[in-house]
Design a protein around this ligand. Sequence first.
Ligand code: ATP
Ligand code: MG
Ligand code: FE
Length: 335
Amino acid sequence: LIILGIETSCDETAAAVVKNGREIVSNVIASQIESHKRFGGVVPELASRHHVEQITLVIEEALKKAELSFEDIDAIAVTEGPGLVGALLVGVNAAKAIAFSRNIPLVGVHHIAGHIYANRLVKEMSFPLLSLVVSGGHTELVLMKEHGDFKVIGETRDDAAGEAYDKVARTLHLPYPGGPHIDRLAHEGAATIDLPRAWLEDDSYDFSFSGLKSAVINTLHNAEQKGISIDPKNMAASFQASVIDVLVTKTLKAAKEFKVKQVLLSGGVAANKGLREELEKAFAPIMDIELVIPPLVLCTDNAAMIAAAGSILFEKGKRSQYSLNANPSLDIEHF
Ligand code: ATP
Ligand code: MG
Ligand code: FE
């Protein structure tokens, strides 16, 4: 089974070929970060234009690297949502055009299902499993009892983890995207500043990061007014410690409660070194739960993960119509 995956939900134009759902044959990513950097975030209109310019080249490159042609492709998997509508539309329309002209089956994929299935490119899944999804737009605990079945048991009530990283980075005058910069600074500093942890209700697996973000901003502002200087390294370390503490504690608790066999780390913030280390520490003593963490290139947006999720959906019989549309608020529990 050879699937061509296409991903254009945000600021990466990506195409990949995946064999049998688990084997990456090619994985091409054209990042737009340099273009958005000077605006301090992703500019949707600019993202769409870049996707239009890049999509054909990226798909051709993915096929060329795989030494395959469209005749060899069994199905096309494309991100249908969530994401920026104008960005999603470029991938969806490219996928539909290829599917129609070459008579290849089309499979619409949920972007976060893709992030989760990045893990299957590393390790076969065993159910039930729990995925901690931490990305630019999502912070969720997703329980899976079988392939293609996603149940959200906890989610963010305000900012996503990646969003909090990027906003805090901005207040520390770090370039966009700020996550990797905070991660690096955090390792050079010490968590000496007392910041809140939003545990929420005892039985809740939900998250909240806006209070933490405000606490960072207020602490910096108050210090500035009093003429006290705060080392950005220590602020980064303190912020990161608070985020990781909550993420790891809730993931561990849910993994035990739902008696899962695996815990999968997914999404762009999964590239965070501190988070990877602390999760490994937390799960090391737990013999009957396997922790899976993808390599960095599969954590941030890519099309191999979309092809991986698409392979399973295709095998389960999912086919999308030529009327497939971009859906910026697609729900992972029903798609
Ligand atoms: P979503 O997947 O929710 O639609 P997205 O696709 O924009 O959002 P991703 O590409 O999955 O998000 O992840 C990007 C986010 O990951 C950014 O917020 C970025 O700052 C964050 N990130 C990347 N590397 C790191 C890191 N090392 N530490 C913390 N955050 C990181
Ligand atoms: Mg991105
Ligand atoms: Fe993403």
